[in-house]
Design a protein around this ligand. Structure first.
Ligand code: SAH
Length: 268
């Protein structure tokens, strides 16, 4: 299965590139895969009881639970059923990979729980064409959501501010050879202007507000989904914010409460 849209190749910005406002170097990771190749890597997985050769069945049961929770978009559910979450977590956590729980991925960061990832992807996808155009992800983390996005979008630009996680995501994604995923090391606060305008922007870390640069880099007709602080007196609580950019202006919709790691400036 070719995941790359040839027409988008021409418009892809050149690499290596610099994130202008912070001078952080940007490193792409691009290769091509068929999803048929997903089944047979990292032999250690096979040794772990309960999640191995039958991980497909475990994943299907996770998808069934997501559907029971109200998730309905076939393309999103199909992506959740095909990307192997257990390959993105440490070996010791493999048996929990298909539970609806967030898990540590190192450096105090977490991979979001499948229910939240699925919900955000559904919000991003809602009412849009079967395959979204270019999408920007802030917070690559272990690369799991970037892999899901690769099945739903023509191009994925994913930025991570922690070098060790950027490297980990590149390792996790290498065998999938997703030609349309571009991993960028840098601060995502200013977005990534070279890939703009985006059909979608999705953040996996929550700040006080959505940076104006992200809204500026959204295409008209595009949608942004991000956790933000619920307000100064909210004692650290966050809500999911949906921002639609229309020809008449920007429309914001506040969704349910969520808990995400903080959006931080700079790189480390
Ligand atoms: N989507 C990820 C979730 C990672 S958690 C996954 O599937 O694993 C959120 C990530 O956002 C963390 O790795 C954190 O380092 C990163 N992050 C926080 N602020 C950021 C910023 N300004 N720019 C880029 N990444 C950021």
């Amino acid at each position: 299965m070719a995941l790359l849209n040839p027409s988008s190749v021409k418009s892809r910005p050149g690499f290596p590139a610099k994130l202008a406002s912070h001078g952080a170097s940007v490193t792409p990771a691009r290769t091509a895969i068929t999803t048929g190749q997903l089944a047979s890597q990292r032999p250690i997985i096979k040794a772990v009881h309960g999640v191995g050769l039958d991980s497909s069945a475990v994943r299907q049961s996770m998808v069934a639970k997501l559907a029971q929770q109200g998730m309905t978009i076939p393309a999103v559910l199909q992506a959740m059923g095909s990307i192997e979450r257990h390959r993105f977590v440490d070996t010791a956590l493999v048996n929990q990979a298909y539970e609806d729980t967030s898990l540590p991925i190192g450096l105090g960061q977490t991979i979001s729980k499948p229910g939240v990832v699925c919900r955000m992807l559904e919000l991003l996808h809602q009412g849009r064409p079967a395959r979204l155009g270019r999408v920007l992800e802030i917070g690559t983390g272990c690369g799991y959501q970037a892999a899901l996005l690769s099945l739903l979008c023509t191009e994925v630009y994913s930025i991570e501010r922690l070098r060790a996680l950027h490297d980990k995501a590149r390792d996790n994604l290498r065998h999938l050879r997703l030609a349309n995923v571009h991993l960028l090391f840098g601060d995502g606060m200013p977005g990534y202007a070279r890939g703009a305008p985006y059909a979608g922007i999705i953040a996996a870390a929550g700040g006080e507000a959505v940076p104006q640069a992200w809204i500026d880099q959204l295409a008209v007709g595009g949608r942004l989904v991000a956790p933000v602080s619920a307000g100064a007196s909210s004692a650290g609580k966050q809500v999911l914010l949906v921002i639609d950019k229309t020809s008449q202006g920007v429309v914001q919709t506040v969704m349910e409460g969520v808990y995400f790691v903080p959006l931080k400036s700079g790189i480390a």
